[in-house]
Write a new protein. Structure first.
Lengths: 359, 574
């Protein structure tokens, strides 16, 4: 108790979260500028290109929002599982499973299917497949005690591989091969399975943005205001005490991880149901892992999930434009992003330790 | 076999001299002004119940803890270990209760991990001198526990230590293994080494030790040559009597004594005597067997019955199956054999929820791990099992109603918390336990309450409150089962006391009979079991408790004739 008063005041002020955040941002900007200069570009030009890519046009804003929505869905799922004490590292695999199921469902629909039927069916298929993918790991955990970190991680490779097989085999989902230039990808989904645009023809933003927003809000409400949320929290904190109190621990854990997978699968379905409306190898673009990072950084706060998803979503599409317009490799944006993540994580650790010492 | 120990001059310098050692953990004084002397050429026993400070003493000697005040001297030289490596360098060897062997390696490979020079010569020497032979090619995982321990002891002896410290070495051994181990201890001492044997089992002490120090509540309660300390005197020293106890660590006992006066008499007037209630007893445990992972029996055909309105205590040194009994009752562990019934419901394989529905309340031993969720609020901890009762608009949790209901409970049970939203972890141990107890007592119907170490670590006031609640539950007609290592608590609280020893439960002892404490004490220490073992196996010779020990243990340079007397002849199986 007395020890917590010991650190001198200037130092403790330095450790204030906002000071740390500002420091992290400063370091990141400095590193970004250095990379830009190293690539032989004028920093002002680069900044203009980045800004253009993030906010410059309805198109860039729409792209950013779509990316942010995918990240938010995966991170929301991560938060649900995390509440139940499970770490879902398998967003990528669940996303692939969801995309695969969505593509199969969409392609099986008749070409004239109405949007009101086609879109929900495609998305539900994605949700179910992703949920099933995660549920496999959850059952191994609850029945056999296998670490879900390992199983979800390994199921990533299976999921990615399954997509690859499906789009390479004509017997599966590959479009008919007419020439040697036919890409290994599926046929385009029927128009009725395309996600509707929500901000006019100028912007590619689709209903996925609304879906993600609803998912974030509903999850926040469930976790905070319902008995289910409290039960999940209890199981996450102490499975043994929860079991003693008669909570269905296994069911809650399976459900928590299942929902996490379902939301990742939903994200995968959305990716397939967005232009160019095909399932292709690498359609996931690593969203599963970036979403995991968002979830880890948000640490259970769904407001933070929304904020970090938006930040990373905008940075990603800004980075694409940086390469196109200013000739700075997009990988430098990835470097900057990763450094930012590292710094945020480090500052959290630091401020955590502070509160840890005070209690 | 009896080589002359060290020269008389050397023998006059004690092997280990501990002066006024004190060690506190926060407010708890684990060791308080403890002094003891271990002469070379002797086996010195450190006796005491759980929590008496034995393991702290062990850690201090072994260098894994540093004392607050006090000094140690090893063969006359100041010895202040700051880490375990210092103890090794000072030629102190320790054998812990839990083995440090790599199970997938062979015995020989495990020994090679010590990286000692001349290993083969050392192994031969230990085999010659102590008769401790090992199959170096055997895989440790395939060996029975007793042999594994022999490997541990050989490991310790290979370093040719000047002082050997054994922490509860017989906890895992069967009688034959125990016999062999004690013989080895004796031999080491006879060769001039010094052995410190930390134990709570009285039979071993009498058979092997030369001198003893009894710890109780962190203080030295007594000690001296074992020849002058028969079991009749050791038992009261170990267990203590509430009357002459001024020890702060036993203040719970003092609270208890008052309690007996306060509520004890009124209890006998309560209308619900067990006989008034027809039907099956509140709790019936029949022939329960639980096997540990190493094949030993944690519970070995334990049977028990608790009537309605009755408080039954389970006494015993920890690790004799009490934890497993509660784990089976709580549903966290399935028994290998046997049945458990609450009222007329069989719950042997029921889920925790079904147990609750059958009317079984459980206060787990590990409050923080199994009893509550420390990170959640008091209200959540009280009602987590029945959140369905607090619903608003069909979907949402009615936190306001929960808070109100929790407030009522806080008041009714005199739980000191800032409010129902306070996290459980912010409460004192006593108040946490009151929350757990309040929750379990709120079951409707409450047929039986099973509580493990319900007052451990609580202050006097909280102990009082917990005891009162359990009495009230019994008065309302529930059966109450209390597992405790505090004998005074059980004597004050219970209608009957059974004793757990090596996975079995003894016949009940009436705590009101005059010699109850003595009898329970002997049952706890396995003294009765050893008596019967001796009776049935005459080859394991008699002269343990009353045998003439060395006439003057301060001069162990001349131990020959007396040692003969207290060393039991080789058991036929060894």
């Amino acid at each position: 108790m007395t020890l917590s008063l010991a650190p001198p005041r200037p130092l403790s002020r330095l450790r204030h979260p906002s000071v740390l955040a500002a420091g992290a941002a400063l370091v990141t900007v400095g590193l970004g500028a250095a990379l830009v200069v190293a690539a032989g570009t004028d920093p002002a030009t680069a900044w203009a290109a980045l800004e253009e890519g993030m906010f410059g046009s309805p198109y860039s804003v729409g792209t950013s929002l779509n990316s942010a929505a995918v990240l938010a869905l995966i991170a929301t799922g991560f938060s649900v599982a995390h509440r139940a004490g499970l770490v879902n590292v398998g967003g990528e695999g669940q996303l692939c499973a969801g995309g695969l199921a969505a593509a199969a469902t969409g392609l099986a629909l008749p070409p004239q299917v109405p949007t009101a039927l086609g879109v929900p069916l495609t998305l539900v298929a994605g949700f179910l497949a992703g949920g099933l993918w995660a549920w496999l790991a959850a059952v191994l955990r609850t029945r056999r005690g296998t670490s879900e970190v390992i199983t979800t991680l390994l199921l990533n490779f299976v999921g990615v591989g399954a997509v690859s097989v499906a789009v390479h085999e004509e017997g599966l989902l590959r479009q008919p091969v007419t020439s040697s230039e036919t890409l290994p990808q599926s046929e385009a989904l029927p128009a009725g399975a395309h996600l509707p645009l929500i901000a006019g023809a100028e912007s590619p933003a689709t209903v996925i943005v609304a879906v993600a927003a609803v998912a974030v809000v509903v999850t926040a409400v469930v976790l905070r205001f319902t008995g289910t949320g409290l039960r999940l929290t209890a199981v996450g904190h102490s499975p043994s005490a929860s079991a003693r109190l008669g909570l269905p621990v296994a069911r809650l854990q399976e459900g928590g991880l299942g929902v996490a997978g379902g939301l990742a699968g939903l994200a995968g379905a959305c990716l397939v149901a967005t232009a160019p409306y095909v399932l292709a190898e690498h359609f996931s673009s690593g969203y599963g892992f970036t979403g995991l990072v968002v979830g880890l950084l948000a640490r259970g706060s769904l407001i933070a999930v929304a904020a970090v998803s938006l930040l990373l979503g905008f940075l990603t599409s800004g980075g694409i434009n940086l390469q196109l317009a200013a000739g700075v490799p997009a990988s430098s944006v990835q470097i900057v992003q990763s450094v930012l993540v590292l710094l945020i994580a480090a500052t959290m650790l630091w401020s955590n330790r502070r509160t840890g010492a005070a209690t | 076999m009896r080589a002359r120990p060290a020269s008389p001059a050397a023998a006059r310098v004690p092997a280990l001299e501990i002066r006024r050692l004190t060690k506190s953990f926060g407010a708890v004084r684990a060791l308080d002004d403890v002094s003891l002397v271990v002469e070379s050429g002797t086996v010195h026993c450190v006796l005491g119940e759980n929590g008496a400070g034995k393991s702290t003493l062990c850690h201090l000697i072994g260098g894994s803890l540093a004392p607050d005040t006090g000094t140690l001297r090893l063969y006359g030289k100041p010895y202040a270990p700051r880490r375990p490596a210092d103890a090794l360098a000072a030629e102190i060897a320790m054998v812990h209760q839990h083995f440090s062997l790599v199970p997938t390696l062979t015995v020989g490979e495990n020994l090679r991990l010590l990286r000692l020079p001349d290993l083969a010569r050392r192994v031969d020497r230990v085999a010659d001198e102590y008769g401790l032979t090992l199959d170096l090619g055997a895989r440790v995982a395939d060996l029975p526990v007793g042999v594994r321990q022999r490997v541990e002891i050989v490991k310790a002896l290979l370093r040719e230590p000047r002082l050997l410290l054994l922490d509860e070495p017989t906890g895992v051994l069967d009688p034959v293994g125990t016999e062999a181990l004690l013989k080895t201890c004796r031999r080491i001492a006879d060769r001039g080494g010094a052995v410190v044997l930390i134990t709570h089992k009285l039979g071993e002490v009498a058979r092997t030790g030369d001198t003893a120090t009894v710890l109780r509540g962190g203080r030295v309660a007594g000690g001296g040559p074992l020849a002058e300390l028969p079991a009749e005197r050791l038992v009261p020293l170990m267990i203590g009597r509430s009357a002459d106890s001024l020890d702060p660590a036993l203040s719970g006992t003092i609270g208890l004594t008052e309690l007996t006066e306060l509520t004890g008499s009124s209890m006998s007037k309560t209308p619900q005597a067990p006989a008034d209630r027809p039907g099956p007893s509140a709790l019936r445990v029949h022939a329960l067997t639980v096997r540990g992972t190493d094949g030993t029996h944690a519970l070995d055909g334990a049977s028990l019955e608790v009537g309605h309105g009755e408080i039954v205590g389970v006494a015993g040194v920890e690790g004799n199956g009490q934890s497993e009994l509660l784990a089976v009752l709580g549903g966290s562990r399935a028994p290998d054999e046997g049945t458990v019934a609450v009222g007329d419901t069989d719950i042997t394989r029921a889920t925790p929820r079904q147990r609750t529905d059958a009317g079984l309340g459980v206060v787990p031993e590990d409050r923080h791990h199994d009893g509550c969720v420390p990170a959640l609020s008091v209200a959540a901890n009280l009602f987590l099992g029945r959140l369905g009762q607090f619903r608003r608009a069909g979907l949402f949790l009615d936190r306001r109603a929960m808070r109100r209901a929790a407030d009522t409970v806080l008041t009714a049970h005199d739980i000191r918390a800032e409010g129902p939203d306070t996290p459980m972890s912010a409460l004192s141990g006593g108040n946490q336990q009151k929350v757990v107890l309040a929750r379990e007592l709120a079951l409707d119907p409450l047929v039986c309450l099973a509580a493990a170490q319900p007052t451990r670590g609580l202050d006097v006031g909280a102990v009082h409150a917990v005891h009162s609640r359990m009495r009230e539950a019994a008065a309302r007609g529930a059966g109450v089962l209390v597992v405790s290592s505090e004998l005074d608590e059980l004597l004050a609280l219970c209608d009957r006391v059974v004793v757990a020893y090596r996975g079995r439960l003894s016949a009940p002892v009436d705590p009101h009979e005059p010699a109850a404490r003595e009898r329970i004490g002997r049952l706890m220490l396995g003294a009765a079991a050893e008596d019967s073992a001796r009776a049935s196996a005459p080859t394991v010779a008699a002269p343990t408790l009353t045998a003439p020990a060395p006439a003057d243990p301060a001069t162990p340079a001349d131990p020959a004739p007396p040692t003969e007397a207290i060393t039991p002849p080789t058991p036929p199986t060894a």
